[in-house]
Design a protein around this ligand. Structure first.
Ligand SMILES: *Cc1c(COP(=O)(O)O)cnc(C)c1O
Ligand SMILES: *[C@@H]1O[C@H](CO)[C@@H](O)[C@H](O)[C@H]1NC(C)=O
Ligand SMILES: *[C@@H]1O[C@H](CO)[C@@H](O)[C@H](O)[C@H]1NC(C)=O
Length: 313
């Protein structure tokens, strides 16, 4: 999924400086949720031909539900060709940059972006909230945001006033999220973050293996590309029956019942949701370094203990 923002200058002014979603154009994606570069280029040309001015492309590295990674190299080529600002929303997937093993090809090309958003509080275990935005062009935040309020940001201090971040961000006096990441990075080091990313992927792979080994009780939906593990749980009632659409619908009903029992027991919790092809399914995300293989085994055993006698119609 991606967006191109197009505008007619007069129209933008008329709506008072804001852009509004009417000026965002959705770019079609493939079945894995990855933006189609050919479609992006077609839409850019289509709008240019009509006198609109495309200027911003929003690509995603790690979409929220599927964890899909847009092809950044091809998108960067198009942005370069048509002089468009390239933004990468890596809020979810950005952490994998630390892993030599997993960053390519997923994030290849992110270095060509003009701006990147990345939320270390999602995959990196940074304390909530830590949402960051990074720009290639030095000084751009100052030139966009600085109001140079004389009563706050004196320039004759005894230290370098560039350390006063308040005047270049929209938040002014609110927390500087990046400070938490800086501290954590000092503590863990780049190699510490790399071990963390590899560990989370390894645990997810372990969970996939354990689900496969217990295929009478669990049904794996898809091979994971990130830390997302999607599966159904089969209570006794549904075991050993051929897998078909009618059974999937029943498995979907099991999710809400089992989640309810998990919440009442207070021992484990796993989220569930439907997608455009399937009824409800469980989607487990491991994003904490404190999780171990034993926890994964406990989780699966506990789901079975709480859910084996569930009956659905
Ligand atoms: C979580 C998420 C966001 C929202 O980030 P905020 O910092 O909470 O606004 C945006 N994009 C993706 C892909 C996300 O996963
Ligand atoms: C990019 O798109 C995502 C949705 O896919 C949205 O959450 C985010 O705010 C957008 N970012 C920008 C800078 O437009
Ligand atoms: C995880 O998300 C990716 C999309 O990047 C998808 O292709 C994959 O099948 C998903 N895996 C699971 C197990 O949900």
């Amino acid at each position: 999924m991606g967006l191109v923002v197009v505008s007619l200058l007069g129209e933008v002014l008329r709506v008072g400086g804001g852009l509004g979603t009417d000026y965002c154009v959705c770019v079609p994606s493939d079945e894995n949720g990855r933006m189609l570069p050919a479609e992006l280029e077609r839409l850019v040309r289509y709008h240019k031909d009509r006198g609109n001015v495309p200027f911003f492309v929003n690509a995603t590295s790690g979409t929220t539900v599927l964890g899909a990674f847009d092809p950044l190299m091809e998108i960067a080529d198009i942005c370069q060709k048509y002089d468009l600002w390239m933004h990468v929303d890596a809020a979810w997937g950005g952490g994998l940059l630390f892993s030599k093993k997993y960053r390519h090809p997923r994030l290849t090309g992110i270095e060509r972006a003009d701006s990147v958003t990345w939320n270390p509080h999602k995959l990196m275990g940074t304390i909530l909230q830590c949402s960051t935005v990074h720009f290639k062009h030095e000084g751009i935040l100052l030139s966009c945001n600085a109001m140079s309020a004389e009563y706050l940001f004196m320039t004759d201090k005894i230290y370098d006033p560039r350390f006063d971040t308040g005047d270049k961000v929209i938040q002014c006096g609110r927390h500087n999220d990046i400070f938490k990441l800086w501290l954590q990075w000092r503590g863990k080091g780049t190699s510490g973050f790399e071990r963390l990313m590899d560990r989370l992927m390894e645990l997810s792979e372990y969970m996939v293996r354990r689900i496969r080994e217990q295929s009478d009780k669990f049904h794996l939906l898809l091979e994971p590309e990130m830390v997302n593990v999607s599966f159904w749980y089969l209570p006794l009632q549904l075991r050993g029956l051929p897998h078909n659409r009618a059974k999937e619908i029943k498995l979907g009903k099991v999710c809400a019942k089992l989640k309810g029992r998990m919440m009442q027991a207070g021992t484990v919790m796993v989220g569930y949701q439907p997608d455009d092809r399937r009824p409800n399914f469980f989607r487990n995300i491991i994003s904490s370094a404190a999780v171990t293989e034993r926890d994964v085994d406990f989780l699966l055993a506990e789901m079975d203990r709480l859910g084996h006698d569930i009956v659905v119609d």
